[in-house]
Design a protein around this ligand. Structure first.
Ligand code: C2E
Ligand code: MG
Ligand code: MG
Length: 473
């Protein structure tokens, strides 16, 4: 059983099977059950304590709680201030949390910035929630590193024995699910494993199984949304968007199934399938039309990604200069060094790399300085707001000006009206995409666009000539 899914945003060496980690600690002679950095117990000690309680409580109906927490964004602090500062923070966390926990509780450091707790007298969901909120507050005071002070937060997940499980492995697993949900809700969140969470997990498992089958049966389809040169209205390329229709679940949006494929570890297979289908379609398009393809966050921490992408392009004999790769800044944050390497390798063969959903991440400007992009795609939330506020106008204008100064192309997504398109031209934005120009359409419909009258007559695709954009409503 793997205890730290990549969806938790953990370091790659933390994604180790728990039993393997336990064996390793024994092989390393760490029989002392102690973590050398913090002086706390380690995973083995947590397991021993929990198993003893499980045994004692087999006949005793009183439940107990298990908890896990992760320091949010610990890695950047570690990278920025050095390992010594990182160790100092871990030690201070250990001291603070130990002092805040009930006396009979056990605090362990599991690995990296992950800690575990066994709470014998924390009986119910509401008790665990209270403990979680208290511990979260304990983090609000700054950490003193001598020369500097840093502020940290942590995310917490809890579960109760026997509701969540009757073995340590089951309990740990459920705790990790609760922690995962906490991290999904943003830094400093607390989640307890509940009936609702159990239900959601069952649904998720069902969806994962169905998706796995669909990928194996090559049923995930590539749809395409036109990208338009805003001034001339000429279609310059298409963004590939994944589509999945399941017999029972119906149309499942990519925002639901992509994260499942990432966490379940088959995003690579899905991407390969989709990329192959997309290139096959793009080969039928005129040669000056590019293909834009989204990479997922998990792929940006995998050093083999660029090689996999390039191999596919080569195998399919497709011109890499016709490819744009879309990545988001949140995706680059977990391992910026690997992300930079992947970006550089892809750019070296002539692909363009685009920063998607610009403006929604945590440090957009820093990303532009630290990485080499070709294009920036302004997030659709700014475009939707163009109608409503002057602020959105100013923000879009500022992004366009900044991109021009940095010699980056700029594109806007989510253009839904003629007024949006006109405004963006006025603001100096070069390219755009959105329902006004065309919704994502399947391969056949996309190909049919090229036999449109305007192409035959004027040599270019005009997306605004049909009622609902070129791809229909
Ligand atoms: P994204 O890359 O930002 O894709 C644009 C999303 O905006 C698409 O949603 C598209 O259908 C939607 N959209 C386009 N025009 C408009 C508009 O005028 N108004 C509004 N409200 N929405 C518009 P979709 O297809 O649901 O995709 C959502 C996200 O899922 C994508 O965001 C992308 O992050 C991810 N995704 C989609 N396909 C793939 C894929 O093949 N691989 C990966 N890794 N992620 C994908
Ligand atoms: Mg995109
Ligand atoms: Mg986007």
């Amino acid at each position: 059983m793997t205890y730290s899914g990549s969806g938790l945003g953990l370091l790659s060496d933390e994604r180790i099977d728990i039993s393997e980690r336990l064996i390793r600690s024994e092989e390393d002679g760490l029989k002392s059950l102690t973590d050398p950095v913090t002086g706390l117990g380690n995973l083995r000690r947590m397991k021993t304590k929990a198993e003893k309680l499980i045994e004692q409580r087999a006949d005793d109906p009183a439940p107990f709680s298990l908890g896990l927490f992760n320091i949010d964004r610990f890695r950047p602090v570690n990278d920025l201030f050095g390992r010594k500062a990182g160790d100092e923070i871990l030690s201070q966390v250990a001291l603070r949390i130990s002092a805040a926990l009930p006396e009979d509780a056990l605090l362990s450091r599991i690995s990296g910035d992950m800690f575990g707790m066994v709470l014998p007298t924390c009986f119910f969901e509401k008790d665990a929630d209270r403990v979680g909120n208290l511990l979260r507050d304990v983090f609000t005071a700054p950490f003193d590193l001598g020369e500097r002070i840093v502020r940290m937060s942590a995310s917490f997940g809890f579960c109760q024995h026997p509701f969540a499980g009757t073995t340590f492995d089951e309990l740990y697993d459920k705790c990790e699910s609760a922690l995962y949900q906490a991290r999904e809700s943003g830094p400093g969140s607390v989640r307890v494993y509940t009936h609702q969470m159990a239900r959601e997990m069952r649904q998720r498992t069902q969806m994962e199984q169905a998706l796995r089958k669909a990928v194996a049966a090559r049923e995930i389809e590539a749809h395409f949304q036109p990208i338009v040169h805003l001034q001339s209205k000429k279609v310059t390329g298409f963004e590939c968007l994944a589509r999945w229709t399941d017999a029972e679940l119906g149309d499942v949006p990519p925002s639901d199934f992509i994260p499942i494929a990432e966490q379940a570890g088959f995003i690579d297979t899905l991407t390969k399938l989709l990329f192959e289908k997309a290139i096959r379609c793009a080969k039928e398009w005129p040669e000056d039309t590019f293909l834009s393809f989204n990479l997922s966050s998990v792929q940006l921490i995998d050093p083999t990604t660029a090689f996999a992408v390039l191999s596919m392009v080569q195998k399919m004999d497709f011109d890499p200069r016709r490819i744009e790769i879309e990545i988001t800044e949140t995706a680059m944050m977990s391992d910026p060094r690997t992300a930079a390497m992947i970006i550089n390798e892809m750019r070296a063969v002539g692909m363009r790399v685009l920063l998607d959903d610009f403006g929604t991440g945590q440090s957009s400007l820093g990303r532009l300085r630290d990485f080499t992009f070709d294009k920036v795609k302004i997030d659709r939330s700014f475009i939707a707001a163009l109608d409503e506020t002057d602020e959105a106008n100013h923000i879009v204008r500022a992004i366009v000006n900044m991109c021009q100064a940095l010699h980056l192309s700029v594109i806007a997504e989510g253009i839904e009206t003629a007024a949006h398109a006109a405004k963006l031209v006025e603001l100096g934005c070069e390219e755009g995409q959105g329902y006004y120009f065309g919704r994502p359409a399947n391969a056949q419909e996309t190909l049919a666009l090229f036999s449109q009258e305007s192409v035959l007559r004027d040599g270019y695709l005009d997306c605004t000539t049909t009622a609902n954009g070129c791809c229909g409503g």
